[in-house]
Ligand binder design. Structure first.
Ligand SMILES: CC(C)(COP(=O)(O)OP(=O)(O)OC[C@H]1O[C@@H](n2cnc3c(N)ncnc32)[C@H](O)[C@@H]1OP(=O)(O)O)[C@@H](O)C(=O)NCCC(=O)NCCS
Length: 103
């Protein structure tokens, strides 16, 4: 889904659910915002809304997969209550799996 700032009305990136490496019942959360708007809490705000929407569909758990060096993404997920679950390897690169239970 597009992320649009309420006041400015401009498109700044996307945030949503994807089957990705997970499943329809327990999908992955994914997000990417333009660099010029980083560090203002927008990813956390958008992802929080996606968490609520996922819970409203009856989903019980979400996943996220993050490259080990992506500190901003880990921080966003930490702020949202995700916890590290396991590590896999894809194309020779580690991938950290995080998960969060939904109410
Ligand atoms: C990940 C991403 C969406 C975060 O967007 P954002 O709007 O800047 O995120 P927020 O402002 O909500 O939160 C970022 C947090 O990371 C922290 N952070 C930023 N750079 C950091 C670093 N190098 N080390 C540690 N923490 C860092 C910020 O301080 C902030 O935490 P705080 O609120 O405690 O200060 C953005 O960096 C992005 O689009 N990256 C490229 C795409 C990507 O990596 N997507 C995720 C793939 S898993």
């Amino acid at each position: 889904m597009p992320v649009i700032r309420r006041a400015a009305g401009d498109f700044i990136g996307y945030c949503g659910l994807t089957v990705g490496r997970a499943s329809v019942d327990e999908p992955e959360i994914a997000y990417e915002l333009f660099r010029r708007v980083h560090g203002q809490g927008y990813a956390t705000e958008a992802a929080s809304a996606v968490l609520d929407a996922a819970a409203a569909t009856g989903r019980k758990r979400l996943w996220a997969t993050v490259r080990p060096w992506n500190a901003p993404s880990f921080r966003v997920l930490e702020k949202l209550g995700f916890e590290r679950d396991h590590v896999s390897t894809e194309d020779g690169v580690e991938l950290v799996w995080l998960t969060r239970l939904l109410r």
